[in-house]
Design a protein around this ligand. Structure first.
Ligand SMILES: [Zn+2]
Length: 402
């Protein structure tokens, strides 16, 4: 009789940017019981895939074996980790597990595609665990640029696996859990059979700056600004969106959020208790009626996306929020491999005609903090750094000759 075995099969996200979809299995060959970690999308670029809106992993292998699929686990709510859920769930039909914030985003994804959101189950942080066939899976909090990101602690008959998802070693991320070395030590106490680790910025020798290092500078920038202030960042970076809003309020400005994605993320953060209360906001229409020097807009489109609020605003088309002809709204994007893959770097949008006078002042909020694998002195017997581009993958310690 064939022996039982542990398998790891990335259908997406390994050696490439985005569309994370990883399979773990345990059992006899070709009869393994399976679980999925993340089910995300990648974003096309105009050079290689014009006319394509979304790309996700080819799940044919998994769909053909869906009767062996026990559950889908979501590490966090970034699109490259949850974006394909609504599209693929009908073909997979397995229960979905996530923490509250991620679960609420997953629920919305299911509803958008006509799926029953009751299949999404909310799980508390590790040491709470979910039994899924031969696996037990827990959500170990990590700091990241979105609330309630978690590594997966996957107990298998072969031993414990840690699937990190994306993470940053931030002792004070401003929202959700800080990096907690003691929690990681506790999770590692039984021994780790394999670490499956994010590799974003693995080449950077610099420790990441904490998200908490931003607010003081933001307050100063906004307080010193004249005219209207427009800031952009990732919609899902609730800590930073809130810090921007607080800087605007502290400077005596009225603050409006422009862009549905950002409004949705803030609403979900409030609904799930991630934040108690967001600073008071006004609508874009109300902002249009105020003197520009009293207004701060926080807008989507930090990567220069052509349909986001920043681009609409730059063209003078955003309802209620006028812009002034002859000015320029510039969005500077750090040379990030994920954004390079989207072909979205350093776009400038000419400002269209609007109702109010004033000045644009741009500044750059580069990504804060490289993600570096956290490794114990001994390390697990096996580790894999599957995320990111092929160079980062090859930089995995397990890929280097010893
Ligand atoms: Zn992420």
């Amino acid at each position: 009789m064939r022996p039982e075995r542990l398998i790891y099969l990335p259908l997406g996200g390994a050696g490439e940017i985005g569309m994370n979809l990883y399979i773990y299995g345990w059992g006899r060959a070709d009869a393994e019981r399976l679980i999925v970690a993340d089910i995300g999308v990648a974003f096309p670029d105009m050079d290689s895939s014009p006319g394509v809106d979304l790309i996700f992993a080819d799940a044919e292998w998994l769909i053909a074996r869906r009767n062996r699929l026990e559950a889908i686990f979501l590490t966090h709510a970034h699109e490259d980790h949850v974006g394909a859920l609504g599209y693929l769930w009908e073909a997979l039909r397995a229960p979905v597990y996530a923490r509250a914030f991620t679960g609420r985003i997953a629920t919305l994804k299911m509803e958008e595609r006509g799926q029953d959101p009751a299949h999404v189950n909310i799980v508390g942080p590790f040491p709470e665990q979910v039994a899924a066939g031969p696996f037990k899976v827990g959500f170990l909090p990590v700091s990241h640029s979105i609330p309630e990101a978690s590594a997966l602690v996957i107990d298998t008959p072969k031993g414990r696996l840690i699937h990190t998802g994306d993470f940053k070693l931030d002792p004070d991320p401003g929202l959700s859990e800080a990096h907690d070395p003691e929690a990681w030590a506790e999770a590692a106490r039984p021994g780790i059979h394999a670490l499956i680790c994010d590799s974003t910025n693995v080449f950077s020798p610099h420790p990441g700056r904490s998200e908490s290092s931003l607010p003081d500078n933001l307050h100063r920038f906004v307080a010193d600004a004249s005219g209207m202030v427009v800031a952009t960042t990732f919609a899902s970076n609730i800590a930073r969106v809130r810090a921007l809003a607080e800087a605007g309020i502290a400077a005596g400005r009225s603050v409006a959020l422009l862009g549905r994605a950002m409004q949705k993320m803030v609403r979900v953060a409030e609904e799930t208790g991630v934040i108690d209360a967001f600073p008071p906001l006004i609508t874009a229409e109300d902002a249009g009626d105020l003197p520009r020097g009293q207004v701060m807009l926080i807008v989507t489109g930090s990567q220069g996306e052509t349909r986001a609020a920043s681009a609409q605003l730059a063209r003078g088309r955003f309802p209620g929020a006028g812009t002034e002809g002859g000015r320029q709204l510039s969005v500077f994007v750090k040379d990030d491999p994920r954004q390079r893959a989207r072909g979205a770097a350093d776009r400038q949008c000419p400002v269209g005609k609007g109702r109010h006078g004033g000045r644009w002042r741009g500044w750059r909020l580069s990504r804060v903090g490289p993600c570096q694998p956290s490794r114990s002195a001994r390390g697990p017997p096996d580790d894999r750094c599957p995320h990111g581009d092929p160079d980062a993958w090859r930089a995995s310690p397990s890929a280097r000759p010893s």
